[in-house]
Design a binder for this molecule. Structure first.
Ligand code: ATP
Length: 512
């Protein structure tokens, strides 16, 4: 069934709650904005995604090791990293709707609308001209397309220049000159633009006067940078090498919407790759390609992913791109890939007074390594998988089913075992198989309701296979496997089932 993107997203959120994937945090107190909890199914899916990332990055990569650093760090860390001074979002309020927006998001969305207008012209022309259509030429020469694209570029250049110069009045002027209105009130009645720091502060120590001001880390990367030499020396690592970690990060996001897409407490999976100065662009390109390939390995359509190179570089980067994913609310950042130069190590050296240089035996010299970072949000990846997997299907017999086509290796429950009926020796055989499979995988046993109903329950949580024991099983020692996606059935000897299941849900399956 074709739901509109908006209704699809609503159905996704409702389904996530109904089946124990994601709950609003502290719901009985009416919730805490932009903070979420993962339920009994959600935690399994989330752990599987994390596990697949960790294996791909650490276990299968000879040059990368993993660590796990603390959320609380010495406060000078955030001076050195630039977060105290520069981790800000420019805010603007609409006086009529009283709604608060990120100025950069308003302007970028406006530029995107102009680009979409150009795309519309192009696709209209493509239809008109048919096979003879030369899209490249049309984009370069059609006056209307050229005008829309030039407008979008000029707008972004003007905006980025103002923002980088810290000219907040200039930023506001761009919004006014472009006639950007509040989507809610439809008016241009804007306040001044202000900068707002996104870090959460907290205090350490028992007495108020002696307490130290700390921050909850806004990214996991700094835990890696400050441990760079510890890992390099104790692991006898040679450049190029990487350090990976997963963990919570906290940002006091102003505009927190879209379910678990933008949260105030979230989880990152980051990897910093340390390379020799001058080689960083090669590594940047190669990590861009490797990460895109990894996303494609999940099996969703490659057309759902695209690169978006940054116009405005973060304070630490000399090149940056996002891997964007087509969420139900449009293409949005899923992962960031940044060439961070030696910005972080250099600043930690100067703020700590400790040398962080690496001696390169091949070059016979010491230097501060350059860094290429890949940083993906675990919750965003969860949302990408969950929202794409969610389908309401119409079946040939006219009935419908809700199914989560989660890649089998990531599915929370790998198999469900059913006795066809609750008596005549079938439950005993089914339970024995269940006990055997459960040592290796998350599996469930279910004997309630008709078999069709039991299939639907498993489809709704994404279980890739259901295994039914019937009367014939007692005679031939076989069971029926029914597959989630194709709904096809296969009869296999009980003894062959563990290896069949292992093969079906293995991470290697994704790599192929
Ligand atoms: P955005 O532009 O969406 O705010 P960002 O560019 O600030 O994201 P990075 O600092 O590059 O994000 O963080 C790396 C990754 O961490 C992002 O690609 C995203 O997947 C994830 N992430 C960042 N902020 C959040 C958040 N508030 N909630 C959930 N995930 C987040």
């Amino acid at each position: 069934m074709n739901l509109s993107p908006e209704n699809h997203f609503k159905a996704v959120i409702a389904h996530a709650k109904e089946y124990g994937f994601v709950f609003q945090s502290s719901e009985i107190y009416d919730g805490l904005a932009a903070v979420y909890d993962y339920g009994q199914m959600g935690v399994l899916l989330k752990n599987n995604i994390k596990d697949y990332w960790w294996r791909s990055m650490v276990q299968w990569n000879d040059s990368i090791v993993g660590i796990d650093t603390a959320i609380l760090m010495h406060p000078t860390t955030w001076k050195a990293s630039g977060h105290v001074d520069a981790f800000n979002d420019p805010l603007i309020d609409n006086k009529d709707s009283k709604k608060r927006y990120r100025a950069d998001v308003l302007v970028e969305e406006h530029a995107e609308k102009l680009r979409q207008k150009a795309d519309k012209e192009v696709s209209k022309a493509a239809q008109r001209f048919g096979e003879t259509f030369d899209e490249g030429l049309y984009r370069q020469t059609n006056p209307r397309v050229v005008e829309y694209l030039a407008k979008a570029d000029a707008l972004m250049t003007r905006f980025v220049t103002a923002l980088e110069a810290g000219d907040l009045e200039g930023v506001r002027q761009v919004i006014l000159d472009e006639g950007i209105v509040c989507p809610l009130s439809g008016t241009k009645n804007w306040t001044e633009v202000r900068q707002f720091n996104l870090m959460f502060g907290t205090k350490m120590g028992s007495v108020a006067e002696g307490a130290t001001d700390l921050y909850l880390r806004p990214e996991t990367a700094q835990g890696i940078f400050v441990n760079f030499l510890n890992v390099q020396k104790t692991g006898r690592m040679k450049i190029p090498f990487g350090i990976a970690q997963t963990g919570k990060a906290f940002r006091n996001e102003i505009v927190a919407r879209q379910f678990i897409f933008r949260m105030r407490e979230f989880e990152q999976m980051e990897m910093q790759y340390f390379v020799a100065p001058g080689t960083e662009m090669e590594w940047y390109e190669s990590w861009k390609a490797a990460r895109m390939k990894w996303h494609h390995s999940l099996g969703f359509s490659p057309s759902k992913y695209r690169f978006h190179d940054h116009d405005k570089l973060a304070h630490y980067a000399n090149a940056a791109t996002d891997i964007e994913f087509q969420f139900p609310f449009g293409f949005k950042e899923l992962e960031g890939i940044h060439s961070r130069t030696d910005f972080d190590l250099k600043n930690h050296e100067s703020h700590s007074g400790k040398k962080l240089q690496y001696f390169d035996p091949e070059r016979n010299e010491s230097y501060l390594p350059y860094v290429v970072e890949t940083s993906v949000g675990l919750d965003r990846l969860f949302l990408a998988v969950f929202s794409t997997a969610y389908q309401e299907e119409e079946l040939p017999d006219g009935s419908t089913r809700t199914v989560l086509n989660i890649p089998a290796a990531l599915a929370p429950i790998k198999a469900a075992v059913f006795p066809l009926i609750k008596k005549e020796g079938l439950p005993e055989v089914a339970r024995a198989l269940f006990q055997r499979l459960k040592r290796e995988h998350y599996v469930v046993y279910d004997e309630k309701d008709a078999i069709g109903k039991r299939y639907r329950r498993q489809d709704a949580i994404g279980t890739p296979v259901c295994i039914t024991i019937d009367h014939d099983s007692l005679i031939d020692g076989c069971a029926t496997l029914r597959y989630r996606d194709s709904m096809e059935q296969e009869r296999l000897p009980l003894d062959a089932i563990p290896s069949r299941l292992r093969e079906l849900v293995s991470f290697e399956g994704l790599l192929e």
